[in-house]
Design a protein around this ligand. Structure first.
Ligand code: FAD
Ligand code: AMP
Length: 479
């Protein structure tokens, strides 16, 4: 078999493996280079998402939620349980078994679709060649008509909090604690910090989240973010905003963290510290000096709206390029690029990418926030509806949160949907579908939603946009 491919993909995360599968499905001879290895030293696929990201974090979130629910929420339903124990090792083993199934599953999918898996570290050379260096040091060079770079991202490290084995860890380390830390510090109140903080808080840790910015969840719709802060604080997360970590000192088995806030310099001592201050594009040893692929000022691979790099025939997708660092954004770009390479028309709609924070309740959004439309000077309307007035939310025992719909005033077209509530991550797709089809709030309002469901809050929020909500007094006058 020759070593020339129609497409060589570098990285088998949700961007890369999806791109490779799609390219192969479209009849292109495709190889996928992946350097990742699992705990047993075997090749692993699925990137950050399946190995140390989306999936393992959700496994721990689900287990810890069930534990917390059993302890705190069952009694009200008449279910009396006593002596509830958490076996952390079993929880971690369960998480590992899911990771193993899914990562092997991706390997199987690549094979079933006829993608050649090349194990090793890929480097883009000039002339659309890729050098693959295997673990044993052996090197092969493959040629490609097209290259798709999907090398992903890695956690950001900050000088005031260098990682220290077992004490100061990043998100990957926080998925592996063998016991529940007594006092847990989390630097960064972003998506990952709140999710991992929630896991260990539910299991009994005393969690403090130190967030440098003065605004909680600054890029989330602030009506939702404010409600979320209240609920999460009530659950026991000590969220300190405007608290910038400036130093750490390891003293025996403890970490003393220094931070500055409005009151000046503060110190707090923790048994473990998680650094969750964001992720950066991963381009180490990826590009030869003469390959022509350029980076932007923030270190991402520069691409245009169609994920084309500065070199014709070389594309880049996922976390290593601009845009939200989300698995589904990476996958969507992967499919789009494979379609383009195969000669089909394809385009990404960057305006309609949902995002979910898997706290309890979940926080999900798609499209623009109220702050964004305001800043753009768009004339808009909003319709909100609280889960407090939803029967199904009461039967489920979670009435926290709301649905908020933002529309363009003149056309009633939906510009954004924001949900905090149980299953918000599932419900948000009603907004995704509506926005993709250019729906108005009235379109949603005229649809028949099943009763009793949480989704009725979406229906009611759509009705509320012009003052027609049925199950609560309307804030605005009926038109
Ligand atoms: P990655 O998944 O990072 O994959 C890149 C792959 O490329 C890796 O396997 C790497 O080994 C390989 N690679 C890199 N360089 C080379 C090279 N030179 N040669 C060969 N192989 C190489 N996103 C969501 O959408 N939902 C979530 O709930 C969510 N939760 C998360 C929770 C955590 C704790 C973390 C850390 C992330 C989470 N994310 C979530 C983000 C999500 O994991 C990423 O956005 C996604 O994995 C990006 O996909 P990717 O394909 O671009 O890169
Ligand atoms: P995200 O980008 O969503 O993963 O969130 C990372 C968060 O970490 C951001 O909200 C940052 O403001 C925050 N952050 C970054 N550096 C520090 C620091 N030194 N102390 C506290 N928070 C920080």
């Amino acid at each position: 078999m020759s070593d020339k491919y129609d497409v060589v993909v570098i990285g088998a995360g949700p961007g890369g493996y999806v791109a490779a599968i799609r390219a192969a499905q479209l009849g292109l001879k495709t190889a996928c280079v992946e350097k990742g290895q699992n705990k047993e030293g075997k090749p692993t696929y699925g990137g950050t998402c399946l190995n140390v990201g989306c999936i393992p974090s959700k496994a721990l979130l689900e287990a810890s939620h069930k534990y917390a629910e059993t302890q705190h929420d069952f009694a009200e339903l008449g279910i009396e349980v006593s002596d509830v124990q958490m076996n952390v090792k079993k929880m971690i083993a369960h998480k590992d078994s899911i990771v193993s199934k899914l990562t092997q599953g991706v390997g199987g999918l690549l094979k079933a679709n006829g993608v050649t898996a090349l194990h090793g570290s890929g480097k883009v050379l000039s002339g659309k060649k890729v050098e693959v260096t295997a673990q044993d040091g052996s090197v092969q060079v493959v040629e490609a008509e097209n290259i798709i770079i999907a090398s992903g991202s890695v956690p950001v490290e900050i000088p005031p909090a260098p990682l220290t084995e077992g004490l100061i860890v990043d998100s990957t380390g926080a998925l592996e604690f063998e016991e529940v830390p007594g006092r847990l510090g989390v630097i960064g109140g972003g998506v990952i910090g709140l999710e991992l903080g929630s896991v260990w808080s539910r299991l009994g840790s005393e969690v403090t989240v130190l967030e440098a910015q003065d605004t909680f969840l600054a890029s989330t719709d602030q009506e939702i973010a404010k409600a979320a802060k209240k609920v999460l604080s009530k659950q026991g997360l000590n969220i300190q905003i405007g608290a910038r970590v400036t130093g750490t000192e390891v003293k025996g088995n403890e970490v003393v963290v220094t931070y500055t806030d409005a009151k000046g310099e503060q110190q707090q001592t923790f048994d473990k510290l998680i650094v969750c201050v964001g992720r950066r594009p991963y381009t180490e040893a990826l590009l030869s000096n003469d390959c022509g692929v350029t980076l932007d000022e923030r270190g991402f691979i520069y691409v245009d709206d169609h994920c084309r790099t500065s070199v014709p025939g070389v594309y880049a997708i996922g976390d290593v390029v601009r845009g939200p660092m989300l698995a589904h954004k990476a996958s969507e770009e992967g499919m789009t690029v494979a379609d383009l390479i195969a000669g089909h028309k394809a385009e990404m709609n960057y305006d309609v990418i949902p995002g979910v924070i898997y706290t309890f309740p979940e926080i999900a959004s798609v499209g623009k926030t109220e702050e964004e439309v305001k800043a753009e000077g768009v004339e808009y309307e909003t319709g909100t509806f609280p889960f407090q007035a939803i029967g199904r939310a009461m039967t489920n025992g979670c009435t926290d949160g709301m649905v908020k719909i933002i529309t363009e005033k003149a056309s009633d077209r939906i510009l954004g949907m924001h949900i905090m509530g149980q299953n918000a991550g599932e419900m948000i797709h009603q907004g995704v579908i509506a926005m993709e089809f250019g729906s108005s709030a009235e379109d949603l309002a005229l649809m028949c939603f099943a009763h009793p469901t949480l989704s009725e809050a979406v229906h009611e929020a759509a009705l509320a946009v012009d003052g027609h909500a049925i199950h609560m007094p309307n804030r605005k006058k009926r038109k």
